[in-house]
Design a binder for this molecule. Structure first.
Ligand SMILES: [Zn+2]
Ligand SMILES: [Zn+2]
Length: 203
């Protein structure tokens, strides 16, 4: 096994995420690189840009302390298995892109079965096969040397700006408070995004 995360931490990450899956371990392995090079956010402020909305994002949050709520995890959902970590102190960063081969030769079959599973058309035999394939992929990802799992490159994203405290405005339509940077203006009135979308659709 080439992963460096203690087994009990993996178990806690699984508990946080809610199930065992290959996606989560992709995030665990990416987090290992951040922890090794920059450390945990509690010791050394780091931030992360995830280019995916898949399970691995939960591992990043659990393992590195880069979280959506703190604003040091940015999700730009480009549907890419890529994670960029920055150290805030000096802006140093790197991007990890999952090598597609790392998912194994059976990935296409897995994806096909997963689609059937989501559509509810999977047979019990296929479901069993899918579970077996996913477990195999999960172990392969844990096993893989980090250099074969990810291609490491320079960041291609802007360093995210720190969260700013902005004024609260009141939406002229629903009366709810909104952060200034999320407000919209229509016909001279300040609106929240949902109310703005409503008037915009009517026009
Ligand atoms: Zn998952
Ligand atoms: Zn509103």
């Amino acid at each position: 096994m080439s992963y460096t995360t203690p087994d009990h931490v993996i178990e806690e990450a699984v508990r946080f995420h809610g199930h065992v899956c290959p996606g989560l371990v992709i995030g665990i392995r990416a987090s290992e690189v951040c922890l090794k090079e920059f450390g945990h956010n509690n010791e050394e402020p780091v931030c992360c840009v995830c280019e995916t909305d898949m399970c691995g994002v939960d591992a990043i949050q659990f393992m590195t302390g880069c979280t959506l709520g703190k604003g040091n995890l940015m999700q730009r959902d480009y549907g890419k298995m890529a994670f960029t970590f920055y150290r805030k102190r000096d802006g140093k960063g790197f991007r990890l892109l999952l090598n597609h081969d790392a998912l194994g030769a059976e990935h296409a079959e897995s994806a096909e079965l997963l689609k059937k599973d989501l559509e509810g058309t999977i047979t019990p035999e296929e479901a069993e096969r899918l579970a077996m394939l996913r477990e195999r992929t999960r172990l392969q990802i844990l096993d893989a040397p980090i250099e074969s799992l990810f291609t490491r490159m320079e960041p291609n994203q802007y360093i995210p700006r720190p969260a700013k405290i902005l004024e609260t405005l009141i939406c002229a339509s629903c009366g709810e408070g909104i952060m200034e940077s999320r407000s919209r203006r229509f016909d001279g009135k300040i609106l929240c995004i949902p109310c703005f979308n409503k008037v915009e659709q009517k026009v």
